[in-house]
Write a protein that binds this ligand. Structure first.
Ligand code: ITT
Length: 201
């Protein structure tokens, strides 16, 4: 089955390719010739995932799925949440043209806001919206952990260097893809998606 993954993030595409069996041909937005931006303007991960999937479904009539992920930090009322990708830019006019620079600024802001807080509990939450023949199915995956005080590791992306998953001594950025895929929010959500697709086939 051919499926479009509504993303432009190469890290995510390679994570998912690891999980999908040979029955699936995964295409990216680039593969279908879409190079625009899909606005993520909603206040919940669920609405953003749905909006992205239906945007592509309605434009190309292709079966597709989209995900939205947020880091939800207990002491910050579940922020950055839907603002995770651009947290450093919220309430700040300074732009970041470089993705890595924005990531470092996001982490700096998070660590600053957590200074002196008792709880450093956090979770990554992924919501996937799958649209097949116009019908939507949703899947969720959660990884619980703590935000540590300093960055550790250089693998992964985003907030991985400061996220220590519960029950492990290594941050996500100290794990290779195989280790991260055993426990990550996105891998959990994607396994649910893959199970669903397999049982449906
Ligand atoms: P696309 O919308 O192009 O797919 P994105 O970077 O916006 O890519 P998400 O909406 O899934 O990706 O995630 C929002 C942000 O949350 C992302 O930019 C990272 O900062 C963070 N994030 C998501 N998944 C993560 C992970 O596995 N490890 C670390 N940070 C992650």
């Amino acid at each position: 089955m051919e499926l479009v993954f509504v993303t432009n993030n190469p890290g995510k595409l390679s994570e998912i390719n690891h999980l999908l069996g040979r029955d699936f041909v995964l295409k990216s937005l680039r593969d279908i010739g879409f190079d625009g931006d899909i606005p993520e303007v909603y206040p919940t991960l669920e609405e953003n995932a749905s909006a992205k999937a239906f945007f592509i479904y309605n434009k190309y009539t292709v079966n597709c799925f989209a995900d939205d992920t947020g880091l939800e930090v207990e002491a910050l009322n579940n922020e950055p949440g839907v603002y995770s990708a651009r947290y450093a830019m919220v309430g700040n006019k300074t732009g970041y043209t470089d993705r890595d620079e924005l990531t470092r600024a996001n982490i700096r802001k998070l660590l600053k806001l957590l200074e002196g807080k008792k709880s450093r509990k956090a979770r990554f939450r992924t919501v996937i919206s799958l649209v097949i023949n116009g019908i939507e199915h949703r899947f969720e995956g959660v990884a619980n952990g703590q935000i540590i005080k300093e960055m550790r590791g250089d693998k992964g992306f985003g907030y991985d260097p400061v996220f220590l998953p519960d029950g492990y001594n290594h941050t996500f950025a100290e794990m290779n893809l195989e280790e991260k895929n055993k426990i990550s929010h996105r891998a959990i959500a994607f396994r649910k998606l893959v199970n669903y697709l397999n049982t449906r086939a």
